[in-house]
Write a protein that binds this ligand. Structure first.
Ligand code: CDP
Ligand code: CDP
Length: 240
């Protein structure tokens, strides 16, 4: 079977990472979380106290930074571990998941030249096909030729509650109202920015998983992927 390129975009907490990871496992594709790259760079900027509106320093930082996304080992996966994120060789997997880092990520993600650096890396990673990549601009900018594009959405209340539960589990003391405000503010910044805003690609399938579980959502998208794989195989087979 041909191996597709699958792009999943959507707002914060819509289920992109969980669903994309599950789809990649079901199809035996590579999974790439582009948001983790913005978060890792944001963490570095915060640590170095680089102002989040200092474009030239942030661009220089992006160019000199090495971000690696690694799947967990089988042992780590069995223990519930997800993809690991390395910033200049240091494992920052859990450190990048705070609300502060998320906000900083969405601020530096408004800078066109910072995006250029990260987009080039994402395009290199996605070049061979057999990949599920998720973010905000994957179907519109990073992989515009993806054979299957999904715009994953859920109601703002449900998205905030999902994120709040994650914070609770980690022992962070944010209230549901605070998480709701963080998610809404970030969505607004992501949708309204001039460069590569969060928008549904015209050829993306809208999947609202407000009332759907991760497994159910992943199965639906895998069904669509199998149809596309079959169509591509037929086209390839029909050629002389
Ligand atoms: O990547 P994104 O911010 O879009 O969302 P996520 O990190 O995949 O999901 C946020 C939280 O919602 C996670 O804890 C998921 O387990 C949960 N979730 C859910 O309960 N039901 C879904 N259909 C999707 C995600
Ligand atoms: O998991 P969640 O959906 O909350 O966020 P994320 O996917 O980890 O992304 C963090 C931030 O990075 C987003 O709010 C965006 O501002 C930015 N981002 C982006 O601009 N483009 C992408 N392809 C991915 C993330």
């Amino acid at each position: 079977m041909p191996r597709l390129t699958i792009a999943i975009d959507g707002p914060a907490g819509s289920g992109k990472s969980s669903v994309a990871r599950r789809i990649a496992a079901m199809l035996e594709y590579l999974y790439l979380d582009s948001g983790a790259m913005y978060r890792a760079l944001a963490l570095k900027a915060l640590r170095k106290a680089v102002p989040l509106d200092d474009e030239s320093r942030l661009v220089a930082l992006a160019k000199e930074t090495h971000i690696e996304l690694k799947p967990p080992t089988l042992e780590q996966e069995a223990a519930g571990a997800k993809n690991r994120v390395f910033l200049d060789g240091e494992d920052v997997t859990s450190e990048i998941r705070t609300a502060e880092v998320a906000q900083a990520a969405s601020r530096l993600a408004t800078i066109a030249k910072v995006r250029e650096v990260l987009v080039a890396e994402q395009q290199r990673a996605g070049a061979g096909g057999g990949v599920v990549m998720e973010g905000r601009d994957i179907g519109t900018v990073v992989l515009p030729k993806a054979e299957l594009k999904i715009f994953l959405d859920a109601s703002p209340e449900v998205r905030a509650e999902r994120r709040w539960k994650e914070h609770q589990e980690k022992g962070e003391k944010m209230t549901l109202a605070e998480v709701f405000d963080e998610v809404i503010e970030r969505d607004r910044r992501d949708r309204e920015r001039k460069v590569s805003p969060l928008v549904r690609a015209t050829d993306a399938v809208l999947v609202d998983n407000t009332a759907m579980a991760i497994e159910e959502t992943a199965r639906l998208i895998v069904m669509l992927a199998r149809e596309h794989e079959k169509k591509l195989a037929e086209v390839a087979g029909g050629q002389p």
